[in-house]
Design a protein around this ligand. Structure first.
Ligand code: ADP
Ligand code: MG
Length: 367
């Protein structure tokens, strides 16, 4: 990336001597004005990465550049980075306005300017009328908006948010996701956002870096991540996927033929898989699996015979659990009220469009 705002270069972090690395070997650029999300399961190294950029942890190896400058020896408060954590960390004895003004007071901004900036920051998060309240007089969502205003009031080059909505209930979380997204779009401020929630990452992000075991598995925009996952981990973590074990029977540079462990032979795009004879996982999204009540031979080449085990009505869509071959199971998903279904327990046929299935190496066994 040309002229990134932030650059991680070969960054590694181990806590204590001889322990495993929390962050393995991180190369990552953050563009000016983008909202980049670090997405991954608990313990995958997201917070460690954020804390190194904020200056609360030191890299064991490698460099972090902010606007081209190595910030290794710059103290956290001198980096001028705004941070929002899951726990609101507001000062309980201060009013909302005093909380938001705090970073400005620390920086010696004169009172008149301070008041003007606090007023603007509170308007930005739609809390104009709340300046004199105490944090404990606010709801969780409002407290988190105060934290956001406080992180942005001194116009930092980048704001870091670590699971900021983790303590909120689902409806409020979804509302705040849109609010953060709109705030980001309106102000063009650069943000690095940490979450373990893939739906949240898809909602918010310009780009998503998927973390696992202290490494980035893939960094791409939401659509590409969903449509072209780079490996089996990303395929399983972002959105839903059937991941069917099998063995490669033939392959060229683009496609391969796989015998599934449950019996049938299928074709899939060879994204990241081994050679003939090696095991692999075939990824197929539930919404790409078409289910019909006719037999597989009626459906033509590529269709597989299956048995519909269960149809679960979920309002806007129906989830179908099908058994395939000898002990195989495939999940399908379709909009509710579309087409007819075989009776549960009855024969069905499943098919998917060419190119919808991907073959990946199985993830290495964890020790
Ligand atoms: P995430 O934010 O993705 O859940 P973390 O960056 O918090 O992951 O943790 C990554 C790894 O580093 C985990 O194995 C965690 O136990 C370990 N770790 C995090 N912070 C510390 C610490 N202060 N001391 C020792 N180990 C830590
Ligand atoms: Mg964390």
């Amino acid at each position: 990336m040309a002229d990134p705002l932030v650059r991680f270069e070969g960054v590694r972090k181990t806590y204590g001597a001889g322990g495993p690395a929390a962050v393995q070997s991180l190369d990552l650029d953050i563009a000016r004005g983008e909202l980049l999300t670090l997405l991954g399961p608990s313990g995958s190294g997201k917070t460690t990465t954020l804390m190194m950029l904020a200056g609360f942890e030191m890299p064991t190896q490698g460099r972090i550049l902010l606007e081209g400058r190595d910030i290794a020896h710059t103290a956290p408060h001198k980096r001028g980075i705004g941070v929002v954590f899951q726990s609101y960390a507001l000062f309980p004895h201060m009013s909302v306005a005093e909380n938001v003004a705090f970073p400005l007071s620390v920086r010696g901004i004169p009172r008149a300017e301070r008041e003007e900036r606090v007023r603007k920051a509170l308007a930005m998060v739609r809390l104009e009328g709340f300046a004199d309240r105490r944090p404990q007089q606010l709801s969780g969502g409002q407290q988190q908006r105060v934290a956001l205003a406080r992180a942005m009031v001194f116009e930092p080059p980048i704001v870091l948010l670590d699971e900021p909505l983790g303590a909120l209930d689902k409806a409020l979380r979804e509302e705040m996701q849109l609010e953060i997204r709109h705030l980001h779009q309106r102000l063009g401020i650069t943000m690095m956002y940490v979450t373990h929630d893939q739906a949240e990452a898809l909602t918010l992000s310009d780009r998503i870096a998927v973390f696992e075991g202290g490494r980035i598995r893939q960094c791409a925009d939401p659509r590409r991540l969903y449509d072209r996952p780079a490996d089996a981990f990303v395929a399983g973590f972002v959105g839903e996927n059937n991941l069917l074990p099998g063995t490669i029977e033939a392959r060229d540079s683009e496609d391969c033929t796989i015998r599934l462990a449950c019996g049938p032979v299928v074709t899939a795009q060879a994204v990241d898989c081994g050679a003939r004879g090696e095991s692999c996982l075939v990824a197929i999204r539930p919404e790409r699996v078409a289910v019909s009540g006719v037999t597989a031979s009626d459906l033509g080449e590529g269709a597989l015979p299956a048995i519909l085990q269960e149809a679960i009505f979920l309002g806007d869509h129906v989830r179908l659990r099908l058994s395939v071959g000898d002990g195989g199971e495939i999940l399908a998903k379709r909009p509710a009220g579309v087409g007819t279904l075989p009776e549960p327990g009855g024969p069905a046929a499943i098919a998917w469009p060419g190119g919808a299935a991907f073959a990946f190496r199985p993830p290495p066994a964890r020790v």
